[in-house]
Design a protein around this ligand. Structure first.
Ligand code: ADP
Length: 645
């Protein structure tokens, strides 16, 4: 029974919370008239809100209609306070009609805006309503949370009525959780604030609530509180609480076994509850009447109220069932909402992931491009540097080579000059020396003849050197011309043989080698077209060398017709030979001088073979040497010839 009574009081209290906010119904028309002429947007929003508020309890659709109109206008004009008011209206209308999910949704949106615009009263109201809605749908933890938030806001505002309301709401939750001590503390707190503010409405409820807690443990105290609440309710014409308190007191009287008082009290309670159609109070009052008449053995009336009580309980159970269905619907709606939120969050997450992935991809590609660009640049620079370094090295090498060549040339020139002065001075000294001797008196005839022939011979050597130098410089500047005329090779060879034979024979110490020559038979009495003078000069140079570097064995020279257009000459000796490494050098100007300096036979300018090669090149011929150290050398050369027509 007490459970029912408790529930009755609470429902009445909740109803009161909202009715305190609602507008008296009579005002609706005047509000609508005002709306018809009002031009200012913010005022129109307020009017929409107020009209909606008037419809909260009796016309759900109209309440929604006006609240939504207000909301649209508030959104369009970006009126935050107006928007919050209209959301509040939508939340309350839905709450009244047990659309709890919608009620919570709108009220939470309302709370968010109130926080944004720092509307402390709005924050209190939204939290207070949320606490009550959650209490109603029996979510005690959230009910406690929002009611406490409401208490914080009320304390901020330092508003005793609001503090009292929030305290009562928290007390209700504790009471339902069976935490009577905590509930009492809060109720006493509320009692203090309500008294201070002379807040009769809350005093009625908090006193009744305290009485309810004391009902079992301290019935006397309970009676005092119920009677206090009853007096105030009667004073203010709060029929709901008059009925409830009468019924509470009748329950106490039944416990005291005072059926007459109980019947009288619950009878009054039943009548008042019937007037306002309060099924719950009616049901409990009927049950008390049944018990009272039963105690008085008036079974007829007792049965009548038992049946009444049962039918009321049935309709209440029905109501309870409807509430359960509504709760299930609410649960379903909340689950759906939760799912939607989760899907939304998931989508958001996916979108964020996609965006992050996109960013990552972009970042990766960018990094790749940068790395590639860097690599390309790096390799390009490297290649450039390598190329430049190769070019630089090549250039350096060329420079070094040029420098070495210049140094070499310089060295060769110095050596050449030193050697040349020696070569020139030797015969000149001889000429001057013998000329001096000739000047002396009383030089016998035969001596005079010998000096003269020596002077002649040395002058000839000198002439030869000068001719060589002239030839070299002429060859260098291209002044020597090949003069091709008809000549007989056989005669040339015989002439050379005779000349050298004579040379040998004129020597005081005869050399220990033979001199031989060979001319191919086909060439006998044959005239060919070539530069005979230059060929003679070449052969003399080669034969002079052979004589210089040979001590024993033989010296042979000869000529053959290699084909119909070329003559092949050779000069062969069994002298000291030329090391293989030096064989290529001997045809270069000056080069051999130093290279072969150790040569004991070495005299001369080192120009002979270079003149020979220069002349042969001019004749478009070719010269080469075959030689072995200690065995001897053979110089070959071939020149083009023509037969006269
Ligand atoms: P040179 O006036 O020094 O003889 P050449 O140009 O005629 O100048 O000869 C160059 C060098 O070649 C000689 O100094 C010598 O060392 C070497 N040479 C030339 N002909 C012979 C040869 N028939 N046998 C050995 N060495 C030779």
């Amino acid at each position: 029974m007490h459970k029912y009574l408790r529930w009755i009081v609470v429902c009445l209290y909740l109803f009161l919370n909202l009715t305190s906010m609602a507008q008296p119904a009579g005002e609706v028309d005047s509000l609508k008239n005002l709306l018809a002429v009002e031009k200012t947007d913010s005022n129109r929003i307020t009017l929409f809100y107020k009209i909606s508020r008037s419809y909260w309890f009796n016309n759900f659709d109209s309440a929604l209609f006006y609240a939504r109109n207000g909301l649209t206008l508030a959104d369009r004009t970006n009126n935050r306070k107006g928007k919050a008011d209209c959301l509040n209206a939508l939340g309350a209308a839905n709450w009244m009609h047990r659309n709890y999910a919608a009620a919570l949704d709108y009220t939470l949106q309302n709370l968010t805006i109130r926080k944004e615009i720092r509307d402390e009263t709005g924050i209190f109201n939204a939290n207070n309503n949320l606490g009550l809605i959650y209490y109603e749908i029996e979510n005690d933890s959230l009910a406690l949370y929002y009611s406490r938030q409401a208490l914080v806001a009320a304390n901020h505002l330092n508003d005793p009525i609001k503090i009292a309301k929030a305290s009562i709401n928290i007390g209700l939750v504790y009471s339902r959780l069976g935490k009577n001590n905590e509930a009492l503390t809060l109720y006493y707190n509320a009692l203090g604030y309500a008294k201070r503010a002379n807040d009769i409405i809350d005093l009625i409820y908090v006193k009744s609530n305290i009485g309810e807690i004391f009902m079992e443990s301290r019935p006397d105290s309970a009676l005092v509180y119920f009677q206090g609440s009853l007096a105030l309710a009667e004073q203010t014409g709060n029929k709901e609480m008059v009925g409830a308190n009468l019924t509470y007191i009748s329950s106490l009287k039944l416990k005291e076994n005072k059926p007459d008082e109980a019947i009288s009290l619950s009878g009054r309670g039943f009548t008042i509850a019937s007037e306002i159609g309060d099924l719950k109070v009616m049901s409990v009052a009927a049950e008390n009447l049944y018990k009272g008449y039963k105690l008085k053995n008036d079974f007829k009336k007792s049965l009548l109220y038992l049946e009444k009580s049962k039918s009321l309980q049935d309709s209440m159970l029905n109501d309870e069932k409807l509430k359960k269905i509504a709760d299930l619907k609410l649960q379903f709606e909340m689950n759906e909402k939760q799912k939607q939120i989760e899907i939304l969050q998931k989508n958001n997450l996916i979108a964020r992931h996609a965006a992050t992935n996109q960013k990552l991809k972009f970042g990766f590609i960018l990094a790749l491009v940068i790395v590639l660009a860097f690599l390309v640049f790096y390799f390009y620079r490297n290649i450039q540097e390598k190329k430049q370094s190769i070019e630089r090295k090549d250039y350096e090498r060329q420079l070094i080579e040029a420098k070495n060549r210049a140094e070499e040339n310089n060295k060769l020139k110095s050596a050449f000059l030193a050697n040349m002065s020696h070569e020139i001075r030797t015969p000149l000294n001889a000429v001057v020396g013998f000329a001096n001797l000739l000047q002396k008196p009383n030089v016998p005839d035969h001596k005079q003849q010998r000096f003269i022939s020596l002077i002649k011979s040395r002058s000839f050597d000198l002439l030869h050197i000068i001719e060589d130098i002239l030839d070299v410089s002429k060859l260098e500047v291209g002044q020597i011309k090949i003069n091709e005329t008809t000549a007989d090779v056989t005669n040339l060879m015989i002439e050379l043989y005779d000349y050298y034979k004579l040379k040998i024979d004129s020597r005081i110490t005869k050399p220990e080698f033979e001199l031989m020559y060979y001319v191919d038979k086909s060439l006998e009495n044959t005239e060919l077209i070539f530069d005979g003078q230059r060929v003679r000069q070449i052969l003399i140079n080669l034969l002079d060398n052979a004589f210089k570097y040979t001590e024993s064995g033989y010296i042979a020279f000869g000529c053959d017709l290699s084909d119909n257009s070329h003559l092949l000459f050779y000069v062969k000796d069994t002298g000291i030979g030329i090391p293989e490494s030096k064989q290529k050098l001997i045809f270069d100007r000056f080069t051999q001088l130093e290279e072969l300096n150790n040569n004991m036979f070495q005299t001369g300018t080192g120009l002979g073979l270079s003149i020979v090669k220069g002349l042969i090149d001019l004749m478009s011929g070719k010269i080469w040497v075959e030689s072995k150290e200690e065995e001897g050398s053979t110089f070959w050369f071939v020149i083009p010839v023509r037969f006269p027509k």
